[in-house]
Design a binder for this molecule. Structure first.
Ligand code: GNR
Ligand code: NI
Length: 171
């Protein structure tokens, strides 16, 4: 396994729509493992392939708390089959926007279909933080990031703070 570098906004790869995978090959299953290791190291609860510079429809998620057994999900080519009318608001962060947080509204529950690490079709009904995280990761596959859900004003504030932080880090 390997820890991969995470791309930070405004990297163009974060704005690029990802291509479906033809099949989850052993090489792509290894990428999923590397993404999980990268996510746990960060630490984060989800990671999408474009965040490690790969424009493919692949993501990993694990919303288990530290006091719980890990529950890694390895997902390729996800599709939303159903989304609840009921919405939920979470304070979101993103590993590509270090130290930036904002409330985002999304459907509270979703049902998805995807290919797992064995190239098998799976379906999953998600609610709570898992539903939010899966939707955040699926946005990344479309080149959409959480600040795209905010007002122009809030997005501008976050982009300025991020720029300042990057400048400090470089110095
Ligand atoms: O680690 C992460 N935390 C998080 C918190 C609330 C809603 C979404 C997320 S995903 C984020 C990791 C990340 O950037 N995934 O793309
Ligand atoms: Ni993110």
């Amino acid at each position: 396994m390997a820890i991969l570098p995470i791309f930070v906004a405004p990297a163009p790869v974060l704005k690029t729509k990802c291509a479906p995978v033809e099949a989850v090959t052993p090489e792509l299953a290894k990428l999923m493992d590397d993404m999980l290791e990268t996510m746990y190291d960060a630490p984060g609860i989800g990671l999408a392939a474009p965040q490690v510079g790969v424009s493919k429809r692949i993501l990993v998620v694990d919303v288990a708390r530290n006091d719980e057994e890990p529950r890694p999900l390895k997902i390729a080519n996800p599709e939303i089959l159903w989304a609840s009318d009921k919405m939920a608001t979470y304070e979101e962060g993103c590993l590509s926007f270090p130290e930036q947080f904002a409330d985002v509204d999304r459907p509270a529950e979703v049902k998805i279909r995807y290919l797992d690490e064995h190239n098998q079709t799976q379906e999953l009904h998600a609610d709570g933080l898992l539903a939010t995280c899966i939707q955040h990761e699926m946005d990344h596959l479309e080149g959409i990031v959480f600040v795209d859900h905010l007002s122009t004003l809030k997005r501008g504030m976050i982009m300025r703070k991020l720029k300042k932080l990057q400048k400090q880090r470089a110095a």
